[in-house]
Design a protein around this ligand. Sequence first.
Ligand code: HEC
Length: 116
Amino acid sequence: MQKSLFLALAGVTGIAVTATAWAQNAPGGNAANGKMLFEHVGCYQCHGFAGQGGAAGPKLVPALEFEPFALQLRMPRQLMPPYSPQALSDQQVADIHAFVKSLPGPVNRANVPLLQ
Ligand code: HEC
């Protein structure tokens, strides 16, 4: 019920409402499923298996908050291909976000004795 209301609202009033609804009601993500999706739908091809970035995409760690993360998937700023709700549901986006959030991110040089 809540979900169909959300979809109806999003359909009528457009993406701005969608983004607001996400911010208020970010679904809890399953990081293990997110990891599987990250590899299955090809995020890793541009962003690397650990979100470290590569020739075709920037690093993803430390992770963006959920709202800008989801917005980038639905309406990429530039070159990234968009992922529609048919390609990735809101729940799947939340799962991928949970996975990216769980990645350790770059090492702080100050904590590596050999680099001092
Ligand atoms: C074909 C290469 C490509 C693929 C595949 C791809 N991305 Fe991207 N991604 C990019 C590029 C390039 C950017 C830089 C902004 C832009 O072009 O929109 C980006 C930006 C991002 C950002 C914003 C990073 C920041 O710090 O602003 C996130 C988050 C992101 N991608 C997540 C994903 C996820 C999750 C997937 C898989 C569902 C994915 N991307 C698939 C190329 C890709």
